[in-house]
Write a protein that binds this ligand. Structure first.
Ligand SMILES: NC(=O)c1ccc[n+]([C@@H]2O[C@H](COP(=O)([O-])OP(=O)(O)OC[C@H]3O[C@@H](n4cnc5c(N)ncnc54)[C@H](O)[C@@H]3O)[C@@H](O)[C@H]2O)c1
Length: 284
């Protein structure tokens, strides 16, 4: 029996943004190892189809519409889950969106939405669930989705990159807060390199400035051609979370390279500079 099955079988997993992409892959894996998976997404039909597939494969699952940008909805949802199940063993704050374009060309509403989903959605997910977890008094795991982008710079992906830097810092502090509180809650920062999902396609037509479409298409193409297989990446993520690792990455070499670049940048105190790859991505 795998370590993740030993620890998680019979427990409840709550995953946000699980109607597609990484959230869906994690939901499927949690179903396979015998968890009751609460699949949530802003798109209810997507959540339903993932939950149905888990049940068709012999697992246990529920679907729920949930917009992580709504803190009151997260509070009500957490209360309902604990009232019905009495525990949550694994909470994955996964929902996130991409936004491309020059800062001043992105409409205010899209800026607000990006920060609300990518930052506040995770902060309020933790704020809503942790009091119930503490009251239940059982060992639990919280995993927040950052990215290798949490250590890099990428002009015209500023909204996304800054949100991931913020979430990496949030998870680091949260980890220490669990120690301060003596809480039996493990915290992991999930740092996917590139897994095959539709995150770039999902950003199309959502207030995107005209000039950003080409960059987005190049990113989508790179993801489709060079990204890691979704299920392979999600197996790895669940295994590392169960192992109690704080750093949960999928492509270790990519993490090493980007972190090394970040360390060198900070140590040099040099001005930000674009490498050849970044320039090529932004060229017309
Ligand atoms: N795919 C990658 O390679 C990669 C790399 C690094 C980090 N990530 C992170 O992983 C997470 C998932 O990304 P993905 O690639 O699977 O994206 P995706 O676009 O494939 O899936 C995201 C899901 O979130 C849902 N969603 C969007 N807004 C929501 C909201 N307000 N409330 C609830 N659900 C909402 C969407 O409906 C969709 O089902 C994100 O946080 C992303 O930043 C992904």
């Amino acid at each position: 029996m795998s370590r993740e099955q030993e620890l998680f079988e019979g427990g409840v997993a709550v995953i946000t943004g699980a109607g597609a992409g990484i959230g869906m892959g994690l939901a499927r894996r949690c179903g396979e190892i015998g968890m009751t998976v609460i699949v949530t997404d802003i798109e209810e039909a997507r959540a339903r189809s993932v939950a149905d597939a888990i049940m068709a494969a012999g697992g246990r699952s529920e679907a729920q519409r949930l917009d992580v940008a709504d803190p009151a909805a997260l509070d009500a949802f957490a209360a309902d889950v604990f009232a019905r199940h009495g525990e949550v063993r694994l909470l994955v704050n996964n929902a996130g969106i991409e936004t491309l374009g020059l800062t001043w060309e992105i409409p205010a509403a899209r800026w607000e939405q990006t920060l609300s989903v990518n930052i506040n959605g995770i902060v309020h997910g933790v704020r809503a669930f942790v009091p119930h977890m503490l009251k239940a008094g059982k060992q639990a795991w919280i995993a927040n989705l950052a990215s290798v982008g949490a250590f890099g710079q990428m002009p015209t992906q500023t909204a996304y990159i800054m949100s991931k830097h913020a979430i990496q810092a949030f998870s680091e502090c949260l980890y220490l807060e669990m120690e301060v509180a003596g809480a039996p809650i493990h915290v992991s920062s999930v740092i996917p390199g590139m897994l095959k999902t539709s995150i770039f396609d999902a950003a199309a037509g959502k207030g995107e400035p005209e000039g950003a479409a080409r960059h987005r298409a190049k990113m989508a193409h790179m993801m489709a051609n060079y990204g890691m297989d979704l299920d392979e990446g999600c197996h790895k993520i669940i295994a590392k979370i169960a192992a109690g690792e704080f750093w949960v990455d999928t492509q270790e070499q990519m993490t090493d390279d980007i972190v090394a670049g970040r360390v060198a940048f900070l140590q040099s105190r040099a001005a930000p500079a674009m490498g050849a790859e970044t320039k090529a991505l932004l060229e017309d």
